[in-house]
Design a protein around this ligand. Structure first.
Ligand SMILES: [Zn+2]
Length: 243
């Protein structure tokens, strides 16, 4: 790329171009993070929704068990009433004793069943409280999410505006690129962004850390266009090195 007679370029322009490209890369990175940030804050709502749904399912199941047990209890109570009626009509001692035993067994079963139903009703109370609690947490998560989404969107709007401004600055700076290298540089900028340029750091390329010859620094001191022989970026003197 280097011409036989090195092109003269303004060091301040190289610094400015690189600074603009660095800002552009930083803003582009921020813009890319926006959707991920939105997804991350939305995850808390999804988790809270799952908790509500699990608690509601447990409550629904407990209610079904309760209904089933109440129905069994009613059926057995009807059966006991029926047996008691038969008891009055018992034709023999044997039948009477047998009915008595059946009634006793059913009443025992009903007593156990009543205790179980009582426990389930207590469990339903607890689960109802849990559903309410989880719904409260979900509402909090949704409110927090709304706030965070608004913040992220606002920040992304700022980033987009900054990016538009930086792109105008880049276009303006690009008009100052010497015409003989303009096409090359624009291709390089297009392909590598901020990595198209690097300041020298001590005796090395700031982009790839390749040690440079003293001739490179001398050329840069004379504002001569110089590429890194290793990574081929356009080198420039940083602010703390005089031109
Ligand atoms: Zn390099």
């Amino acid at each position: 790329m280097a011409a036989s007679a090195p092109t003269e370029v303004s060091t301040p322009l190289l610094r400015r171009l690189h600074r603009i490209l660095q800002q552009q890369a930083d803003l582009q990175g921020q813009a890319r993070r926006g959707p991920m940030q939105l997804k991350a804050v939305g995850a808390a709502v999804v988790a809270a929704e799952t908790e509500v749904s699990q608690a509601a399912t447990a409550l629904k199941k407990a209610r079904m068990v309760s209904d089933e047990k109440q129905l069994q209890l009613q059926t057995r109570e009807a059966h006991v009433a029926d047996l008691n009626r038969k008891l009055n009509e018992a034709a023999s001692n044997k039948e009477f004793t047998l009915l008595k035993e059946q009634i006793a067994a059913d009443e025992q079963a009903n007593s156990v069943q009543s205790d179980e139903i009582f426990e389930i009703l207590e469990r339903i109370d607890t689960l109802t409280g849990q559903v309410k609690e989880k719904e409260g947490l979900l509402a909090e998560a949704q409110a927090e999410n709304e706030k965070r989404v608004a913040e992220i969107k606002q920040r992304q709007e700022r980033v987009a505006a900054d990016l538009a401004r930086v792109e105008i600055q880049l276009e303006e700076a690009e008009t100052e690129i010497p015409s003989v290298v303009k096409a090359d540089w624009k291709r390089l900028i297009e392909a590598r962004g901020e990595e198209a340029f690097a300041p020298i750091e001590g005796e090395s390329c700031g982009g790839c850390s390749q040690t440079l010859t003293t001739q490179v620094a001398s050329l840069l001191m004379l504002s001569k266009l110089t590429y890194c022989p290793n990574c081929n970026c356009i080198l420039y003197l940083p602010e703390d090195r005089s031109v």
